[in-house]
Design a protein around this ligand. Sequence first.
Ligand code: PMP
Length: 306
Amino acid sequence: MEHPMYAFFQGKIVPISEAKVDVRTNALQYGTAIFEGIRNYWNDKEKCNYVFRMQDHYRRLFSNANILMIKIKYTLEELCDITLELMRKEDYREDAYIRPFAYNSGLKIGPKLIDNEQDLFIYSIPLGEYLETSKAINVCISSWARIPDNCIPPRAKISGSYINSALQKTEALLNGYDEAIVLTSNGQHVSEGSAMNIFMVRNGALITPPVFDDILEGVTRDTILKIAKEKLGIETTQRSIDRTELYIAEELFFCGTGAQISPIGSVDKRSIGNGQMGALTKKIQDLYFKVVKNEISQYESWCTRI
Ligand code: PMP
């Protein structure tokens, strides 16, 4: 089976080949759209799929719709039902990624957020690893700064804002790194990765940048805050992080729906710890992979069986 076979488009599930937008679409021209990325996990023991924290992703979509003044014409429950119906039809036997996309679908010229039609589509793709999870990756500090909240709000997951991510990621790859870490626009603090949040271990403590350092408020970040506290007894400190603190950290890892938990082995050629995945990172990763596959009953409400 070649996935995806279907998309939810203009109010119904259609073959993916029929889900096409007009070249004049406002969102295509100006990036006036918001989106989500949700993971579907194949549980090979139970031979079934679980969608991870679907309601929370849709809650974030509704918040972000408010920032961009996009009216979503479905309720949260309807979006969840549509997603499950779509995924049932796809019938995956592997991990996949679900992409809901709410956008200015009108054909009027001009970048504005009012007086235009709006719509929403959903499709999925098979997705194994987006970044390495079993071995530590090499990253650099990007020469590109993170877009600040008063330019394009990073928390809103706006499609047009991903040019900022694309510049960071491309520069990193062209220079031989796996990923980039980006600083806030004044260069003072660590913000996040090109499409993932970051955690640091220093003196055994878990630290992550606060929401006001121009990060996307990640669902995975939130998951780690909760499971580290509830299952490992570790409270995470949310505070600004300096660039050079990264160089002397014991452990660093990225997290995100796509990235999952990806250990960082070096930053700007400085080795982090022994350059391998750190012990606490491994503990959190093991726990995370169990949680997302509904193997820990305490978190079963996060996992929706398809
Ligand atoms: N930051 C950015 C810029 C992202 O694109 C993502 C991926 N959505 C994340 C962080 C991680 O967010 P989440 O855990 O909700 O996937």
